[in-house]
Design a protein around this ligand. Sequence first.
Ligand SMILES: *Cc1c(COP(=O)(O)O)cnc(C)c1O
Ligand code: SF4
Length: 342
Amino acid sequence: MAFKKLAMITQEADGWQVPDWRRLQADLVTGVGELCERLSLRPDQIPGGADDDSAFPLRVPRRYLDLIEPGNPDDPLLLQILATGREREAVPGYNADPLDESRHTPVPGLLHKYHGRALLVVTGACAVHCRYCFRRHFPYQEHLSGGRWQQALDWLARRTDINEVILSGGDPLTLSNRRLGELLEALAALPHLRRLRIHSRTPVVIPERLDEGLAALLASPRWRATLVLHANHPREISPALAERCRALGRGGVTLLNQSVLLAGVNDDAEALASLSDALFEAGVLPYYLHQLDAVAGAAHFAVPDARARDLHAALRDRLPGFLVPRLAREEPGAGSKTVLAG
Ligand SMILES: *Cc1c(COP(=O)(O)O)cnc(C)c1O
Ligand code: SF4
């Protein structure tokens, strides 16, 4: 196993212990004051004002703060995690359930919208709270109460037309390897499931989450697993993340990335092209570049479609086709994601 070797060599070389991602996951900043202090910012420097009383509270692992430039209120990574007064602006067309997901929930904890694929909301927890999140108002309690995953597993067992299961959330990689292993074992027993996909932003904020145990789970001969990372900016592809992605790739996992196009964060051809480059170096291919879902509180991140198309065209001019993500949007009622530019 590539991971084991890597960890052992490093440990033998300098006695360094593999960091425990659980410890890193618990090492959080949850207060605006502390965040500003740590990043040498004054709260009055923040556009819209820092908001310490958001219903979707600030939550960011200290590990991620290492990637943020101190003293820069416009840092593209900071903008993704800092709760501000701008989230309180009510903007017409932006609401709590922009995708009408409640219509596609045959049993709690499972979304079925697209042919052959079902999405499992395996947990409500996330390692980080992203300010643009389209699930920020998601009624996780309703989805995860009671029988937990059993109802979803029973539904999947009946639905032999489903051949791909997508673990999502919340963030499935906030679960322990043991809990994840139990779920994968139950899913592996359903013979019609041929593909396993995991969507996660956790590795971007805590690269150590891609540990040996996870690599072993995903290397199962039962299926070829796909991990879809959610990175939005080239600086998020840290050397630590790239190293662990490459190791997972060597273990046979297919690695893709999906980003959200965000004003002030990555609405810039240079940033997007560098992101594709950095992903490729890490063995990850760009998959989707998403237009923002119209969720209340995130309107200030929106990029107009015309500008999004221009950015996509600029990427096409600069990069090989396989490093250009599809520009897409999720539309309620559509049979697939709507591709604005391919
Ligand atoms: C995005 C999404 C999928 C996966 O769509 P792909 O185009 O296959 O990546 C599946 N189910 C739901 C509910 C989704 O939102
Ligand atoms: S990790 Fe994903 S689900 Fe969780 S807050 Fe961020 S965008 Fe939302």
